[in-house]
Design a protein around this ligand. Structure first.
Ligand code: HEM
Length: 344
């Protein structure tokens, strides 16, 4: 299931968990063709900044969860991934990891022909399986540990304006401390972590995140962003950044694999339909000052809303604009509202 615009873009905008049950049979993972965009950016990040992408708390034993992810990938996408308990093969990339050994099974089909194997060989041995998973699929991964509520392990090459090295090993609530209007999220921390790590036969969860950005890169580590933001990008050339996040529950381990699939497209394409431009206008118009600042939108709010008004046929300066104070007040409430299913 790709990003669901109608479910995700709602007004008034509320910073809320927004978890919803995945449709029966829906996939967690998206196989990448050789040389596809996500893979090329991930290769660049793993080659230059692996120390900011592949991280774990000292002493954490990631192997059981990682092997469960490898088995899940093989069951979900047998044409793209094989796993026999020891050896993982990304079939479309003609590259395997056996224990810690990297094996190229046929000449690669893009670039110099050995990009994937060469990149993996430069990673520390224990990270090569995670590296191959990350290059074979569009998603980035983290392990959530319901036993202590932390995120002890990450393989995140395409973060959205946050630094994985500042988050790894921390409690769910600490990870989310900088999020604006986060009272509801922090209050629900422990139950959310338990929910997503629950019984594999029961619900599997997904959630969507979106923002408007001034740059088109998938890799949005803060150290690689221009400061101040928006200095070179007029709103009509802005970008639409989305994430689909899912949780693969590992109840036997008391853990879950968190998957993040990022996409970036030109904003003008994303809101080509006037009804979408109007929906985005209403959502941004109703954001609190805190959320606008958190998402780096404070300075472009007015030009962005003006541009969306013309695209969406929204009449009048204030059409669709909820009073920001009302939204703030609502945010202090119990969080119930129509829209994507809240967690149980
Ligand atoms: C039940 C699961 C989760 C919920 C409901 C949740 C919710 C949220 C929300 C609402 C935001 C703000 C994003 C925005 O709209 O701008 C956020 C940001 C974030 N989330 Fe989560 N999240 C969940 C799981 C996780 C997990 C497992 C990780 C582990 C990597 C994570 C890492 C982050 C990070 C790093 C940010 C950005 C924080 C910052 O700006 O410093 N989240 N999350």
């Amino acid at each position: 299931m790709p990003f669901d615009f109608d479910a995700a873009v709602q007004a008034p905008f509320r910073m809320q968990p927004g978890l919803r049950r995945m449709a029966p049979g829906a996939a967690h993972l998206t196989p990448l063709a050789p040389g596809e965009r996500h893979q090329r950016e991930k290769l660049a990040v793993l080659s230059a900044f692996a120390h900011q992408a592949l991280l774990q708390r000292e002493g954490f034993e990631a192997r059981p969860a990682l092997q469960a992810l490898a088995a899940h990938a093989a069951a979900e996408h047998p044409q793209a991934w094989a796993w026999d308990g020891q050896r993982a093969e990304a079939r479309q990339l003609a590259t395997a990891v056996e224990g810690e050994r990297v094996v190229q099974t046929a000449p690669g089909r893009f670039g110099l022909g050995d990009e994937v194997a060469r990149c993996l060989s430069c990673l520390p041995g224990p990270w090569r399986l995670a590296g191959l998973l990350g290059l074979a699929f569009a998603e980035d991964f983290a392990i959530v540990d319901a036993r202590d509520g932390t995120v002890p392990w990450m393989a995140v090459t395409l973060p959205s304006h946050w630094a994985p090295e500042e988050k790894v090993g921390r409690h769910f609530a600490a990870v989310h401390a900088p999020v604006a209007d986060n009272a509801l999220l922090l209050k629900a921390s422990d139950s959310l972590v338990r929910l997503v790590s629950g019984d594999a036969n029961e619900a599997r969860w997904e959630r969507f995140v979106w923002t408007v950005t001034d740059h088109p890169r998938l890799h949005a580590h803060p150290a690689r962003l221009a400061h101040p933001r928006w200095q070179d990008t007029p709103v009509e050339r802005a970008w639409w950044r989305t994430e689909r996040q899912t949780f693969i529950p590992l109840p036997a381990l008391g853990q879950a694999i968190f998957t993040i699939e990022v996409a970036v497209t030109p904003l003008a394409e994303a809101v080509a339909e006037p009804r979408r431009a109007a929906a985005l206008h209403a959502a941004i118009a109703s954001m609190s000052e805190g959320v606008l600042a958190y998402r780096g939108l404070t300075g472009v709010r007015e030009p962005l809303l003006a541009w969306l008004r013309t695209r969406g046929g929204v009449e009048g300066e204030d059409a669709g604009v909820e009073d920001v104070k009302d939204v703030k007040d609502a945010n202090a409430g119990d969080g119930s509202r129509p829209g994507p299913a809240p967690p149980a």
